[in-house]
Write a protein that binds this ligand. Structure first.
Ligand SMILES: *[C@@H]1O[C@H](CO)[C@@H](O)[C@H](O)[C@H]1NC(C)=O
Ligand SMILES: *[C@@H]1O[C@H](CO)[C@@H](O)[C@H](O)[C@H]1NC(C)=O
Length: 404
């Protein structure tokens, strides 16, 4: 109950409704991050925004307990229907206005077993709120179905996200699968110079070291040093061109385990990081990295009390009249890469940032595990969140050590 009162107060005192919704969404993000961590040892990348989107899609057709659980987990109890996704709407409208500055591909769909009839009204509002598709497939033919969905995702993401499904995910009882794939590519506001990149040791979470290409720059950018109950860490913000998006990197001090910092994560803390970092001169060493991950959010959502939509007898009557449908999977696949230019490979001439000869006061050397958050600045919504604890696989892919 306390929380509800807090939200009421926030609603009253918050200058803008959007920021309240962003705060609520950040609470959900913090919960979700913790839930995802439970089942992952190493690198993590996922899109909280994407998860909100697919949950929104199902919420639109859910009733009773199924609806109530989603609203509770998304912290939407006091928000009226339609209003709750206004952040998503303003996000989509900025995204489409600024398409020249970056690439943001989103494939978002609800796949339903053929033979069920989707309500006209659901199709309509789904498109309006979530720019997403509702499609019919035959899950009985698992292989063909996996191919159909994977091909669709691949085409929606400019070929960046492949093999979304193998077919093993589907069975005779599969009725509804939620699919969400995201790919982002943008250039840094201040690029790293390729000739400054050098091989350096990265100490993995297990203590072993691996040689990785480390990008280097001396920039004036937002930075902060935090110290809480003897846990020290640094936070750095790297804006993308045009300031629509920023990458925030949270780097524990060398003697601090990343899990200690993860334990500190709350919505309040995340928003504090965003607001308390200030422009300073920083000497930055950041690995070139690539993370790709496919996640089924079923377990994480279960841990967050969203259980009803996964069980037979749940009320999804806003979608179709049959009582035999429930959600089998909530699948998300994300591809994220950081390099000298920004967040994807491209050839270009870097802007030369004049190196100030005096010694930098702040050194930000990401040569051990760190966390990252990519946010949309106008709405403060979190597009991607994750952690890098292990950089082994860098050796296997195309842009490897040889390309230095
Ligand atoms: C890098 O790691 C290797 C292997 O652990 C070690 O032998 C070497 O001294 C390290 N180099 C530096 C510069 O710390
Ligand atoms: C889930 O529900 C249980 C029991 O109602 C509650 O104790 C717990 O705090 C809830 N978890 C979340 C993340 O809301």
């Amino acid at each position: 109950m306390d929380k509800i009162w807090l939200w009421c107060l926030l609603l009253i005192f918050s200058g803008s409704q959007a920021s309240t919704l962003a705060q609520k969404n950040t609470e959900f993000v913090a919960d979700l991050y913790r839930a995802v961590c439970l089942s992952h040892e190493n690198n993590i990348i996922f899109s909280p925004l994407g998860t909100t989107l697919v949950l929104g899609m199902i919420q639109l057709g859910a009733k009773g307990k199924a609806l109530q659980q989603i609203r509770q987990t998304l912290k939407l109890q006091e928000t009226s229907a339609g209003e709750e996704f206004s952040v998503l709407k303003s996000f989509f409208s900025t995204i489409s206005k600024k398409k020249q500055e970056f690439t943001f591909n989103l494939a978002n769909a609800l796949y339903l077993q053929e033979g069920f009839t989707v309500k006209e009204r659901y199709l309509h509002s789904n498109k309006k709120f979530f720019q997403s598709a509702v499609k019919l497939v035959d899950f009985q033919d698992a292989k063909a179905c996996a191919e159909t969905i994977s091909t669709w995702v691949e085409s929606e993401t400019d070929g960046k996200i492949k093999d979304m499904f193998s077919g093993e995910e589907f069975g005779p009882l599969t009725r509804v699968v939620l699919v969400n794939a995201l790919y982002f590519k943008g250039d840094w506001k201040q690029k790293f110079r390729k000739e400054d990149t050098e091989l350096m040791n990265f100490t993995k979470k297990d203590g072993s070291t691996v040689k990785i290409p480390m990008m280097k720059a001396h920039l004036r950018t937002k930075y902060g040093y935090f110290s809480e109950s003897s846990i020290n860490y640094q936070v750095l913000e790297l804006p993308y061109k045009d300031d629509e998006f920023s990458l925030i990197i949270i780097l524990p001090a060398e003697d601090v385990n990343i899990e200690e910092v993860e334990k500190l994560i709350t919505a309040h803390k995340i928003l504090k990081w965003f607001s308390e970092i200030h422009e300073e001169e920083v000497e930055i060493s950041l690995p070139r990295f690539k993370v790709e991950q496919k996640l089924d959010f079923k377990d994480a959502l279960y841990a967050l009390n969203i259980t009803e939509i996964f069980s037979g007898g749940c009320d999804l009557s806003g979608i179709t009249d049959s009582s035999e449908i429930y959600v089998s999977h909530v699948m998300q696949k994300v591809f994220f890469e950081i390099n000298e230019d920004g967040s994807e490979a491209a050839t270009s001439t870097g802007i030369h940032v004049p190196v100030i000869m005096s010694l930098a006061r702040n050194q930000f050397i990401a040569n051990h595990p760190f966390l990252f958050i990519m946010k949309d600045n106008p709405t403060e919504s979190i597009l991607f969140m994750g952690r890098v604890t292990n950089l082994d696989n860098q050796k296997r892919n195309g842009r490897d050590l040889n390309s230095l």
